[in-house]
Write a protein that binds this ligand. Structure first.
Ligand SMILES: [Zn+2]
Length: 407
């Protein structure tokens, strides 16, 4: 076994040999880039991040769950000498979705532990009384020129949590953020969440307090920096999302504070949300509320879930919200209409390909009364805006204009 200090510097050798063969002196030193770990770190109690020096690839084992589990074994993680079992980070095991053993994204690989570290283990890593290591255990981990990894080097894993600040909103939802997010943004986010939930039924709040949370990433980061959401990158690599929903919802600090006030919120003026007139915070948290509505075992919340499903089926059958993201599935219908409730939704004059002219609560009342009546049971009637930053989302177009399927 080699330790980090015994790293072999042999990568220059075969470049030199090639130069001698060709009889030329290389102007640029081209390195055979066998993968080398710059830093390995514990970023949450479940995720280990590997930051690579230079580029690398991981040859896919295949497409089955078993193959993916094999990929997860390409790295051996040990805590105090004992191997920790890993699991596939891709946990949406749905037919037709690719499975991946390890998540590779922007020169990072993220490993997921099968059993999260407990509080004592995290503490001992933090204070240095425990030692974690990682070893690349398969030569299928290779550099961009297929130079295989050295499988004998043992790298230290340092304690560097991704989230370095946390607050809890008044209603009891945890908000957490990376080091690039200003403390005041967490408070803004928590205040918005409290407003969104200010009329929620008690049984909905109960499940949300136990399962839901919100994460914020900052300047220089994107959705896939959120450790719990890194696996989504594999499927959605073709597009850059500004957040993801679910029990853990996330968005950018820029979207929380809305671009035009970024300067007064301690961010550079160039730092901007891609969704200036749409609260992605509310959209993603809307997905979180939907998860809780679907996941609750309380009979009143189950009745709400059934009512919501009827609303979506009704809208689909009648051809409402044509060509929009909102009607693409019941999850997006829930999330989008939650944003519309708070008048923080962008609009377009015609329906589609993503948006439409119905973007305010008043228009929702006229256009999709069943959905309005449903959301009136969980969202506050008295609060019309998230906060002063979200007062003036444009509303120039009226319901039904350009509608090929008038209601
Ligand atoms: Zn969505």
């Amino acid at each position: 076994m080699k330790t980090l200090e015994h790293r072999i510097g042999g990568r220059f050798l075969h470049v030199l040999a090639l130069s001698l063969l060709l009889g030329v002196t290389p102007l640029v030193t081209v390195q055979a880039a066998a993968p080398f770990i710059k830093e390995a770190k514990v970023v949450t109690n479940s995720f280990i991040e590997i930051d690579w020096e230079g580029s690398q690839t991981i040859k896919s084992a295949g497409r089955s769950k078993e193959d993916s589990q094999l990929e997860a074994s390409y790295f051996e993680v040990k805590l105090n000498g004992i191997v920790l079992e890993q699991t596939i980070p891709w946990y949406w095991n749905i037919v037709d979705m690719p499975l991946h053993g390890v998540v590779v994204n922007q020169n990072k690989t993220t490993l997921r532990l099968a059993t999260p570290l407990d509080a004592d283990q995290m503490k001992s890593l933090q204070n240095g009384t425990s030692k974690m290591t990682v070893r690349i255990s398969s030569s299928r981990v290779a550099g961009s020129d297929y130079a295989p990894a050295d499988t004998e080097i043992i790298y230290p894993v340092v304690y560097k949590p991704y989230y370095n600040k946390t607050i809890t909103s008044k209603v009891g939802i945890q908000v957490k953020a990376s080091e690039f997010v200003h403390q005041s943004t967490l408070q803004d986010c928590a205040d918005i969440i409290d407003k969104i939930l200010s009329a929620a039924p008690e049984n909905l709040l109960t499940i949300m307090r136990s399962r839901n949370s919100f994460a914020i990433f900052g300047p220089g980061e994107h959705s896939y920096n959120i450790p719990e959401h890194r696996s989504i990158f594999l499927r959605d690599a073709w597009r850059r999302a500004e957040g993801y929903g679910g029990y853990l919802a996330a968005t950018s600090a820029a979207n929380v504070v809305r671009n035009h006030v970024s300067q007064t919120h301690h961010y550079p003026t160039s730092y901007a949300s891609g969704y200036r007139n749409e609260s992605i915070l509310t959209h993603e948290f809307g997905h979180g509320i939907h998860s809780a509505v679907r996941g609750s075992e309380a009979s009143d919340i189950q009745a709400l879930n059934a009512e919501f499903n009827r609303c979506y089926e009704n809208a689909k059958e009648k051809g409402m919200w044509p060509n929009t993201y909102a009607i693409s599935n019941s999850g997006e219908y829930f999330a989008t209409l939650t944003v519309i409730w708070f008048n923080a939704m962008r609009e377009t004059e015609v329906w589609g390909p993503t948006y439409g002219p119905v973007n305010t609560r008043a228009e929702l009342y006229v256009y999709d009364r069943k959905a309005y009546d449903f959301f009136a049971k969980i969202l506050p009637a008295q609060i019309e805006y998230l906060n002063e930053n979200w007062l003036n989302c444009p509303d120039e177009f009226k319901a039904g204009i350009g509608d090929p399927h008038p209601w």
